[in-house]
Each structure stands twice: as C-alpha cells, then as structure tokens.
Design a protein. Structure first.
Length: 134
C-alpha cells in the first residue's frame, strides 16, 4: 500500500519495479529469522536479510521475463543494500538510489503502522467499563 502512495504519478513501468521491490524486500527474513520461546522473531543468520532477499529474487526466472537486465540489476542492488548504504557503488544508476529511498520510506511507514496496531486503541477507562459490563 505504502509503495503505491509513494509512487503515485510515476510511470507504470516505474510503479511495477517499485511494487516488485516492496514485495521482495523482506524475502530474506523467511530464511534468516526464527521465533524464540517467547514468540519474538530474531535474526539467526550471518547474512543480512536484505542480502538474502536479493539472492532469492535473483533466482526467480520471472524476474528476467518481467524486467530488462539493467532493471533487474538495479532492483537487486537496491534490495541487497537496503541496510548497507556503504555498499552502494558511487557509479550506480540514479534509479537504484530512488528505489532505496522508496524502500526506506515504505518500510518506515509499515513499521509505524505495525506499532500502532500493537498499541491498544482503548483507554484505561474504556477497559474498566468493559470489565464492569462483563
């Protein structure tokens, strides 16, 4: 949802690349995160999840069918360096930096939404009232 908002007004091809980026950016968490006995998910891999996600996406045959070679390279580089800006080559195409900005903004907005969902929407007085009514 957030990536759609961020790319509103962009050309359709750019929106498709951004949607692929957003959908792919946490793929590495499938391999690197584990749930502990307390229900908390933590990283258990020496390879960062963004890099793993790029590796997984690179293995998808449809990536090469949907995008040109340079588009796929830019998507993979943006994913691989999501949390490692120092790994972005100084001579990369400007599109890589745009992808990284969109990804960072969308990720921050999603994290904020998740925090808001985990915060009770009711006040203490409302909780007391519900208990009294039960």
């Amino acid at each position: 949802e957030e990536i759609n908002r961020l790319t509103q007004g962009a050309p359709a091809r750019e929106r498709a690349r951004a949607a692929t980026l957003a959908a792919s950016h946490d793929l590495g968490k499938l391999l690197s995160y584990r749930e502990d006995t307390y229900g908390t998910w933590t990283a258990h891999s020496a390879v960062p999840h963004d890099s793993l996600g790029a590796q997984i996406l690179a293995l998808c045959p449809s990536l090469r069918l949907a995008f040109t070679a340079s588009e796929a390279e830019d998507l993979l580089l943006a994913l691989h360096t999501e949390h490692a800006p120092d790994l972005v080559p100084s001579n990369c195409r400007p599109r890589v930096q745009q992808f990284r900005r969109w990804l960072k903004e969308a990720d921050a907005a999603a994290a904020e939404q998740n925090r808001n969902r985990s915060t009770p929407a009711t006040s203490p007085a409302e909780v007391e009232e519900e208990i009294a009514d039960a």
